[in-house]
Design a protein around this ligand. Structure first.
Ligand code: HPA
Length: 239
């Protein structure tokens, strides 16, 4: 049975959302990026999934809130696809799992492992695993634009966890031994939907903390200047 019943949560019409979309968990970051657009207008506020549509260098671009974790972010990406999105780049934060990265440095995921089983299983036990990857065109442009901007970055696979506070004591050892460079909460779902829904996806993550070095946890306020720097990279990659 075809299950194309949406969009339910995003109250926008076809044409309100651009083909090129930046998604982020934090509404404040979405608002900050929207200020870099020409003629931004709000096309959705329902459920707090605020979406702005405007243009960057004349190219139509939307910036959307996807909330935290897979249930929220995947629902938003599904509905953005229903509304005509073709390229979706996540502009998020991550916890570094390799040394040498500072707050505001960049991780560009080349793949994302889903921490198996979702939040429920993460608190209790593990289930099966899969692998997901960004679209190569998006990945390549994100790397090129990051290099042009001269920002310190790391390229590698990340792990997408559903439970921010449930990580087991072996978490870092387990995932770094598999070559994982950072932890965040949405890329695996985004990349999987890219393959399933014919979207070009990618992600650029700013380091907000580290699990392998003492960096503290950067607040949204502390990240603001890094957001400005990195959002230019994402916008240039998107258009
Ligand atoms: N864990 C999960 N997600 C994150 C983290 C983290 O340490 N930092 C930023 N996003």
């Amino acid at each position: 049975m075809e299950r194309l019943i949406g969009p339910i949560h995003i109250k926008a019409k076809k044409g309100d959302v651009a083909e090129r979309v930046i998604v982020a968990g934090d509404p404040a970051r979405v608002e900050q990026v929207s200020k870099m657009l020409e003629n931004p207008r709000v096309v959705n506020t329902n459920r707090g999934f605020i979406i702005y549509t405007g243009a960057y260098k004349g190219v139509p671009v939307s910036v959307a809130v996807h909330g935290v974790g897979h249930p929220s972010s995947m629902l938003v990406v599904e509905e953005l696809a229903m509304l005509g999105a073709k390229v979706v780049i996540r502009f998020g934060t991550c916890g570094a799992m390799v040394k040498g990265l500072k707050i505001g440095d960049i991780v560009i995921p080349t793949a994302a492992a889903y921490y198996p089983g979702g939040a429920f299983y993460q608190y209790l036990k593990e289930a099966v695993c899969t692998a997901t990857a960004p679209h190569f065109d998006v990945l390549k442009t994100l790397v090129e634009e990051t290099q042009k901007a001269g920002v310190n970055y790391v390229l590698g696979p990340v792990v997408s966890s559903d439970a921010f506070y449930a990580e087991d004591p072996e978490f870092v050892k387990k995932w770094t031994s598999r070559g994982i460079v950072a932890v965040e909460m949405e890329c695996a779902g985004l990349f999987m939907l890219g393959a399933m829904r014919n979207l070009k996806t990618g992600a650029l993550l700013m380091v907000s903390d580290s699990l392998v070095e003492e960096l503290g946890f950067a607040s949204a306020e502390e990240l603001r200047e890094y957001v400005n720097r990195a959002s230019k990279i994402v916008l240039e990659a998107l258009i």
